[in-house]
Design a protein around this ligand. Structure first.
Ligand code: HEC
Ligand code: HEC
Ligand code: HEC
Ligand code: HEC
Ligand code: HEC
Ligand code: HEC
Ligand code: HEC
Ligand code: HEC
Ligand code: HEC
Ligand code: HEC
Length: 323
């Protein structure tokens, strides 16, 4: 159905609904309650009907518009009684105006207070004082209530809502190596709770690692031989949103490793480990001699060829993560 037809059909449906309340006195009580709730909306929907400049009545296709749910808001639960506005629409605006582009938009506090009246608990437990709250981001910056499917609630369309303000992350998720966000299989809210959290950076868990372990449980261990930067923070080596170095690495191997291990192999060599074939990037902190073949130098850089279990090992002889 075209949107226009949809609203026309809806208008007819509401009409029937209201007519029903007059005609049938023997309706079950639940219906009567729903009809009463719907009739309350009529003080607004007489003017804000299916021909309003933007869709309004599509609210009835959402949970907020479920008039059989006594907890669902009517027009005035969100916008206020707005008596003055009903009499003089051009002169007096409603008590709560959510439209972020309207010149009459209410303060973030008033807008958020309205929604929090019914939604203070659950995911919103840490809203107060959160990064978004303290920067005057409001519920209606992310949520759209007058359309059938709020884009921020579905994995495929949510990132676009966030990118409106977070352009850096938009660019990052377009890189070669990413989480499957563009593919619509994952959303920002798999790792972040945009309403506030007890962890850093609005993460869903108390730390970066706890967040990653929700899906990459095998990286938690326990390991007989732990690689300490892994236990410390996955972002020592990985970037969550996207990278030009697969798999989501902050830098390419060997440079990634050499940020922390410069010249260590020199020690390995000097301690008798059989690496004298030239399979070393540095010897006592120096670059390998120029007379080594390019091939051996290249091999040496492929740290992961030998140190295969970089996240930790459970092999008794895996102290250097080789098995
Ligand atoms: C008599 C017709 C009429 C009634 C009744 C009416 N409105 Fe309006 N409303 C208007 C008109 C016209 C405008 C546009 C005013 C303008 O742009 O100057 C408007 C604008 C609005 C806006 C946008 C305000 C803004 O500044 O962006 C909201 C929200 C709104 N109405 C909600 C309601 C609600 C809620 C009710 C019921 C309590 C209601 N209206 C009842 C005619 C009406
Ligand atoms: C859950 C709270 C809520 C309820 C219930 C609600 N609204 Fe809204 N309304 C909003 C928000 C938020 C916006 C901003 C745009 C959006 O999110 O769709 C808005 C925007 C509007 C606008 C401005 C659209 C424009 O022209 O720019 C009008 C008019 C309006 N609502 C009328 C109504 C009417 C009439 C009802 C009852 C049928 C109603 N609203 C019920 C929250 C609500
Ligand atoms: C009068 C109470 C009330 C107010 C005010 C209210 N809501 Fe709701 N909201 C509800 C109820 C009831 C539901 C349905 C809950 C359910 O069935 O799980 C709901 C559901 C939702 C959902 C989930 C929708 C879905 O499809 O799962 C979102 C998002 C939401 N509300 C956002 C808001 C925002 C944003 C505001 C302010 C603009 C707001 N609500 C104002 C009562 C309210
Ligand atoms: C920065 C964007 C953003 C802001 C701001 C925001 N939300 Fe949400 N909201 C989301 C996302 C994303 C989800 C989906 C969460 C999920 O699936 O885990 C969601 C889900 C919800 C839900 C449905 C899930 C549930 O908890 O039942 C409700 C209700 C809700 N938000 C209410 C609010 C209210 C009220 C506010 C303002 C105090 C608000 N939101 C502010 C992004 C936001
Ligand atoms: C796989 C988990 C994951 C996903 C999915 C994810 N993030 Fe993040 N995000 C993180 C982690 C971990 C951090 C903190 C470490 C960092 O900044 O690298 C972070 C940090 C951030 C920051 C703060 C950056 C800063 O420099 O302080 C923003 C903003 C952000 N993410 C937005 C988003 C948006 C928008 C999306 C969806 C497109 C998203 N994130 C998806 C894990 C994730
Ligand atoms: C209306 C703009 C706006 C929207 C939309 C928005 N944010 Fe933000 N976000 C901000 C602002 C402002 C900050 C404060 C820090 C900054 O300036 O980047 C912030 C901060 C963050 C942070 C970092 C918190 C920290 O501790 O530094 C994360 C993570 C984040 N947002 C995730 C999201 C996600 C996920 C979404 C979509 C569901 C989203 N944001 C939508 C404006 C927005
Ligand atoms: C909600 C689940 C989820 C969370 C949370 C999560 N990931 Fe992932 N991760 C995935 C999925 C799905 C893939 C893609 C797997 C595939 O394509 O086979 C993936 C892939 C990866 C890859 C490999 C990428 C590639 O190109 O092969 C790395 C590295 C990674 N994640 C690191 C992290 C880190 C670090 C964190 C914590 C900041 C994290 N993940 C949090 C689901 C998650
Ligand atoms: C010391 C650097 C480093 C740290 C810290 C690190 N990783 Fe990795 N990770 C790597 C490297 C290097 C690869 C590529 C391995 C390969 O190609 O054989 C990788 C690959 C991955 C992969 C994809 C391949 C696979 O093994 O499944 C995932 C998922 C992953 N890491 C998750 C994590 C998580 C979760 C954490 C934090 C608990 C973490 N990593 C911490 C270096 C690190
Ligand atoms: C953020 C810093 C950091 C990065 C990046 C890093 N490591 Fe480590 N690595 C450490 C620390 C710290 C230890 C523990 C050293 C100790 O116990 O003396 C360690 C231990 C090791 C060990 C065992 C050393 C021993 O003496 O037991 C090996 C092998 C190793 N790393 C290889 C790598 C490789 C290969 C990479 C790149 C894929 C890498 N590391 C990236 C910090 C890092
Ligand atoms: C040809 C296989 C091989 C390659 C390639 C390799 N290593 Fe090693 N590495 C070893 C062996 C074998 C040891 C252990 C020596 C021992 O047990 O004493 C070792 C030991 C280490 C140690 C422990 C420190 C020490 O002196 O004992 C670190 C750190 C390390 N390697 C990092 C790296 C980095 C970083 C790269 C890439 C630039 C790399 N390795 C490439 C085989 C290799």
């Amino acid at each position: 159905m075209l949107p226009v037809q949809k609203f026309a059909a809806l208008g007819a449906f509401i009409g029937l609904f209201l007519a029903g309340s007059v005609a049938a006195a023997d309706n079950p009580p639940a219906d009567t309650a729903a009809q009463k709730a719907l009739a309350k909306d009529a003080v607004c929907t007489t003017c804000h009907n299916e021909s309003w400049r933007v869709p309004i009545l599509s609210l009835y296709q959402t949970k907020h518009g479920n008039r059989a749910d006594p907890k669902a808001p009517n027009c005035q639960s969100c916008h206020g009684q707005s008596t003055g506005h009903q009499q003089d629409p051009a002169g007096v605006h409603p008590e709560v105006v959510f439209g972020v582009k309207s010149k009459n938009v209410s303060s973030a506090e008033d807008r958020n207070g309205t929604c929090l009246g019914c939604h203070k608990t659950g995911l919103r437990m840490h809203w107060s004082g959160s990064e978004h709250e303290s920067r005057d981001v409001s519920c209606s910056n992310c949520h759209t209530v007058h359309i059938a499917n709020d884009p921020v609630l579905s994995k495929a369309t949510q990132p676009e809502v966030c990118y409106a303000c977070h352009k850096t992350q938009r660019a990052q998720t377009h890189r070669i190596s990413t989480h499957p966000i563009l593919a619509g299989k994952m959303a920002c809210s798999d790792c972040h709770n945009p309403h506030g959290s007890t962890g850093p950076k609005l993460l869903v868990k108390n730390s970066v690692n706890e967040t990653c372990y929700t899906c990459h449980a095998e990286k938690r261990g326990p390991f007989l031989w732990e690689h300490s930067p892994v236990v410390d923070d996955c972002t020592n080596c990985h970037t969550p949103h996207g990278s030009t170095n697969a798999p989501l690495l902050k830098a390419r191997v060997p440079w990634l490793c050499q940020e922390c291990h410069s010249g260590d192999h020199g020690a390995a060599i000097n301690s008798g480990a059989n690496l004298l074939n030239g399979n070393a990037t540095t010897i006592n902190g120096m670059l390998p001699p120029a007379n080594q073949s390019p091939r051996t130098q290249t091999n040496a850089r492929a740290c992961l060829n030998c140190h295969v279990l970089i996240h930790g090992s459970n092999h008794p002889a895996g102290a250097k993560f080789q098995r």
